[in-house]
Design a protein around this ligand. Structure first.
Ligand code: AGP
Length: 622
């Protein structure tokens, strides 16, 4: 997830608007950034590795006259390490056309192959866009040189449309051209893009925070819409170039809220970004025909996959809970798997089979315990696969193979969208390993692929329970002790639900395997004590029903996570209903109400939700 900003007009200094906009969008990505402006008919372009403050220092003191327009970008790397060369904006061969992009161009490799003779200066997928525009401009110029040469704006627009129709994947793009100064073209598909309407000036950004200081009049761009901006006009088109009307809205956010996209906390914003994170992590890796592509970022050969004797997961905290679910997935797919807390791995490492693939999961890629465990396994002779959300992080430099989640930077200490994105990566991994090792028939692979590709929409549906959970959390305002229980693949979900609640509300919350209730935990059930039970459809539903009855018989108040089928089979005091999916996919949906429950409980308790006491986003000490 990156942040893009654009400005056209002369009422404010373009460099001030662009830098301020980038600062407001830095939470979307901050490993590198850059700005391009057309001033005095020349393209000025500056990029840095690092934060916007470094860019500001680099261009401060420079004088720009007669600036007509500008675009800028702050990056969260997905393809190509964080570096100046990979930072946006990117230009065509002559440096006249300049582009910034947020998203993933899935077919950038094949497009690049069709651009022979172009000089590429970065490892990014984005650079393909600007060379494709260059190619299309040249084609149109050649087609009828005479008429077109003085009408460069329509030609630029047509070349842009021809380019967009070739792109697969997600994008929010802004592009400027030295020969068509004073205008910006933009477009979106899956990645957010908003337009700010000013008086004698217009703005664009990844979200309202990018220009709310200058205007609160906003057009929200929808998928496959194209935008033309100059200082007095904003016009919208579909991909065929047909004009479309859009409603101008006024937002009443203040600056602080705008940075969180209108949400009160980053945590809630990130809970609601899970549909995007899950979808982007699957993008380009799962085909409906049942083909799972591990992507060339993984240089993991099929012969290697066939040779691994088993999988050993190592991780901490929320990533450990995702890894625990990964263990169930691999076992279900016919491959031996085990999971260890990274901090406990050293005592176990002596018995880990050398031919096992050790999979280290870490959102930050910097967790000391996880890196330590990875180094022990390497010394042991194991191959290492890292699943992480952070390009260029330490774990990516130490692993043999890397699989990225693509949910954008996670700002809140409590991990939410990273968790479900890690599950997306684990589904691809488990299904592709199983298929390659001959444990999964193509028919079953196709079935799983289709259901996997439908999950992002079911995440969105699950989030509709938000208002009900807000009310429910209030009913337990007098409670200080909570128990979360689940069976099988939902046991780690219970652990994760308890962790979310304890780390942001500071309440005592414990996750347990439901089958363990009679071996001790049932002794703590007191009258009115909330017991959150994951009771969605599964082969264990009858046993879960027994646990619920045991709990109710002792005065516990049961909050059950159910689907429409399982709801008929159990009795609870409150129901948190999520859509139905196959048992192995349910953790992705079951965690949603538990994340929301933790959030609203913490809101009620007035804790510092995004930065809970005693905790850090990345624990880089052992
Ligand atoms: C989860 O909400 C916590 N913030 C914490 O347990 C976290 O998951 C753990 O520290 C691991 O972080 P990582 O994924 O960056 O390695």
């Amino acid at each position: 997830m990156c942040g893009i900003v654009g400005y056209v007009g002369d009422k404010h200094k373009a460099q001030d608007v662009l830098l301020k906009g980038l600062k407001m969008l830095e939470y979307r990505g901050y490993d590198s950034c850059g700005v391009a402006m057309i001033a005095d008919d020349e393209v000025f372009l500056e990029r840095v590795e690092g934060r916007v403050s470094a860019l500001e220092k680099k261009i401060s003191g420079k004088k720009f006259n007669n600036i007509l327009n500008g675009i800028a970008h702050t990056r969260w790397a997905t393809h190509g390490l964080p570096s100046e060369a990979n930072a946006h904006p990117h230009t065509d061969c002559d440096g006249d056309i300049v582009v910034v992009h947020n998203g993933i161009i899935e077919n950038y490799i094949e497009l690049k192959e069709g651009l022979k003779g172009h000089t590429f200066k970065s490892e990014t997928d984005t650079e393909v866009i600007v060379h494709l525009i260059e190619e299309n401009v040249k084609k149109l110029m050649k087609k009828d040189m005479g008429k077109r040469s003085e009408m460069l704006e329509p030609l630029f627009f047509e070349a842009f449309l021809n380019t967009l129709r070739k792109l697969k994947g997600s994008f929010a793009i802004a592009v400027i051209w030295k020969k068509a100064p004073g205008m910006i073209l933009a477009a979106r598909r899956f990645s957010p893009l908003v337009i700010g309407k000013g008086e004698g000036e217009n703005f664009l950004a990844s979200d309202v925070a990018g220009f709310i200081e200058w205007t609160k009049n906003v057009y929200f761009v929808d998928d496959n819409e194209v935008v033309f901006l100059d200082k007095n006009n904003v016009a919208f088109f579909n991909l065929d170039g047909k004009k479309i009307n859009k409603e101008l809205k006024t937002v009443n956010w203040d600056i602080k809220m705008a940075e969180k996209g209108g949400y009160k906390h980053f945590m809630l914003k990130e809970i609601f970004e899970q549909e995007m994170g899950f979808e982007n992590t699957l993008m380009g890796r799962v085909l409906p025909v049942g083909k799972y592509i591990l992507g060339n970022e993984m240089n993991l050969k099929e012969d290697d996959i066939k040779k691994f004797s088993m999988i050993n997961f190592v991780a901490c905290g929320t990533a450990y809970h995702a890894a625990y679910i990964g263990r169930y997935l691999f076992e279900r797919m016919g491959m031996r798997a085990d999971v260890d807390l990274a901090s406990e791995f050293s005592s176990r490492s002596l018995v880990v089979d050398k031919n096992s693939l050790v999979v280290a999961i870490s959102q930050s890629g910097e967790t000391a315990d996880t890196i330590d465990a990875l180094r022990i396994a390497k010394k042991n002779g194991n191959k290492i696969l890292a699943i992480t959300n952070t390009l260029g992080s330490t774990i990516t430099r130490e692993a043999d193979y890397v699989m990225y989640t693509h949910c954008g930077p996670e700002i809140a200490v409590a991990s939410t969208k990273a968790f479900t994105s890690q599950l997306a990566a684990l589904y691809v991994l488990a299904l592709s390993f199983s298929y390659i090792r001959g444990n999964l028939l193509i028919t079953k692979a196709r079935e799983f692929a289709e259901e996997l590709l439908s999950l992002a929409k079911l995440i969105k549906e699950s989030l509709e329970i938000n208002d009900y959970v807000e009310e429910l959390a209030d009913k337990f305002s007098a409670q200080d002790d909570y128990l979360f229980i689940g069976r099988g693949i939902n046991y780690p979900v219970a652990l994760e639900g308890a962790l979310k609640l304890k780390e942001i509300s500071y309440l005592h919350a414990e996750g347990y395997a439901a089958g363990e209730m009679k071996h001790g935990p049932i002794a703590i059930i007191t009258n009115g004590m909330p017991v959150i039970v994951i009771a969605t459809s599964s082969s264990d539903i009858d046993l879960v029903r027994g646990n619920i009855e045991e709990t109710r018989a002792r005065g516990g108040v049961v909050v059950a996570v159910v689907d429409k089928n399982s709801k008929q089979k159990i009795r609870a005091d409150y129901y948190l209903e999520v859509p139905y999916a196959s048992e192995c996919f349910m953790p992705v949906l079951n965690i949603i109400p538990l994340q929301l429950f933790a959030y609203w409980t913490a809101v009620r308790r007035g804790t510092d939700i995004d930065k809970p006491r005693n905790l850090a986003k990345s624990v880089t000490v052992k």
